[in-house]
Design a protein around this ligand. Sequence first.
Ligand SMILES: [Zn+2]
Length: 398
Amino acid sequence: MFRKFIIIIFITTLTLNNMGVIASYTPPKFSASGINKKIYDDISMVKFKQVFKNSASERYEKLSIDLRKRYNYSQIVDFIKTLSKSSDVKTFEIGESADKRKLYSLEIGQGKTFKMITAGIHARENANPIFLLKYVAILLNDYQSKKKYAIDLLSKNKLAIVPCVNPDGYMATQFQKKIIKNKKLFINKLSDQSIKKFKANAKGVDLNRNFPTYLAASSWGGKNTSLVSKKPASAYFAGYSLGSEPETKAIMTWLLQYIPKATVYVDLHQSGRAVFYGKPNLSSAYNSKALGIANAIKKITGYVLLSNTKDVIGDNGNGTITDFAAEVASDFVYNSTIKRLAPTKSGNNKVYKYNKLKWKVSICTVETMLVSNGPPAARQTEWVSKKLFQMFNKIFVT
Ligand SMILES: [Zn+2]
């Protein structure tokens, strides 16, 4: 009887209060301002335009992508156009970069729930856009050859991918800054040699710090102040305000639209040959789902499994693309006090752990390759030795 009573109290407490305080801070030290509510609402309401629509007369012709070659962004767009001729592919224009290159997302397959993958948010990490397109090309080629595994995969599952989040960075790190058309952009201040190591967008904003998440651009007790820049730089500058960059805005809309319909989301980086999972301020439900996909990828690739579940909160590493995805999945809402996503009732001087997971999505970050921006021949070795085709297949069926 007594035990039953305790259990009832416990369940009631959990239901009524989805949050627990895990840290206090005084005062908040955000190195970037938040995002205006009107801008956030506009981003939430964007409808993507379908492009490269396949007509009945067009037929998909097999696409060959050579991992040992460097491809420029126009060639990537040509690959996307070719893939779009398949009746199993729908392509959307989702925005454009600071230097006016179009960003695209593709839906592939006939299934009901989405499996999401993004690549190329960091400029110098330019192997992953090619890996991702190579995977889709093999799958569609095999589908056309009526291979059973491809027919099964594409009829039961559905991918949503953004192959290249930072096309200006993708181009500049491989083909030098002369390819940047707008000469006023920050990237033109750097030498071609230093651009090879560049991670940011052409304005010097690290897109993977620019998302308006609960702990973005914060040092709430954080120690790693070397990992933050207060002005445009090659890496670690969150922007003067969160969500300021055109690439970030496009991806915010994309994540807001797809996360509620997805079961898995993987963001691809290099280098480190590692799989990262977990967020210290999110629910155990979130973290155990994240561990599930991370572990499955580790088993296939042999990459090292690294947990972020015990990270120091607000340690200047927040505001990432997966932080935003994870907070959308956890039902965080726009908070007008701190002008960013936050658990409800936050906005005071406390950091809350949120115990709810609204959308059951398994999220992780995968770092392929030993180095960034290395010779293209190393991509072929990685693809084979780390079983990247099998990794993508696993994501597709999760
Ligand atoms: Zn990266």
